[in-house]
Design a protein around this ligand. Structure first.
Ligand code: ADP
Ligand code: MG
Length: 200
């Protein structure tokens, strides 16, 4: 399926910028109250680079998005989301199927785990990206099932105890709050599904 890169970038940016306050609020409960601001800064920078990014072939364009996020998001999440987009840029074929997207996302999850020394279950963005990548890769996913899984996976971080990232400093007190990075990943995955479906 063709990836409409312009719509994709605009939708991802708009959804993250609209959710900035919510993400910062989640981060104020178990972190340092900057996740929304960090992500907003990153996607505003992507928008500032829009013309330059869209002039490139898809792979190179996604790598540039990743590099922009690394430079602008900051915090723990900047290098991690940067790695995600750079790996997608390397791995996605032209006109990918959903299973191709799953394989590329799975490669990103592997890179992200190595970069953050984290695993699924540590109460991070990996708790959404990992299950969604595996589901997509299975080749049986519908866009509705991907959206539902992303939402359920973000929610499933609420009872988890954080093992990685700033929230881990709280120990048991991290229990009972949704992980901000899991929520931003849910928002990004949902936005991708909506774009693929022409719903954005
Ligand atoms: P910081 O924690 O430096 O303030 P952010 O607030 O922008 O950075 O991002 C926090 C999010 O980053 C967390 O909610 C979590 O999902 C994710 N995160 C933090 N550390 C890791 C890690 N080692 N591996 C995967 N994700 C991580
Ligand atoms: Mg933070």
């Amino acid at each position: 399926m063709a990836l409409p890169l312009d719509t994709l970038l605009d939708t991802l940016s708009a959804r993250i910028i609209a959710a900035a306050e919510e993400l910062t609020e989640l981060d104020s409960a178990i972190g340092d109250a900057d996740h929304g601001l960090n992500m907003k800064r990153g996607f505003e920078a992507v928008q500032a680079e829009r013309t330059n990014i869209l002039a490139k072939p898809t792979g190179e364009a996604l790598k540039t998005v990743g590099m922009t996020l690394v430079m602008k998001v900051g915090g723990a999440s900047g290098p991690l989301y940067g790695t995600l987009f750079m790996t997608l840029g390397k791995e996605l074929p032209e006109d990918p199927t959903l299973a191709d997207i799953g394989r590329a996302l799975q490669a990103s999850v592997v890179a992200l785990k190595a970069r953050g020394k984290a695993e699924v279950g540590n109460k991070t963005m990996l708790d959404v990206l990992g299950p969604v990548a595996a589901h997509l890769e299975s080749g049986t996913a519908s866009l509705d099932s991907v959206r539902a899984l992303a939402t359920a996976s973000a929610r499933a971080t609420i009872p988890m105890k954080a093992i990685r990232g700033r929230a881990s400093f709280l120990g048991d007190r991290s229990i009972g709050h949704m992980d901000p990075g899991a929520r931003s990943s849910e928002i990004l995955i949902t936005a991708v599904c909506d774009v693929l479906e022409g719903k954005s």
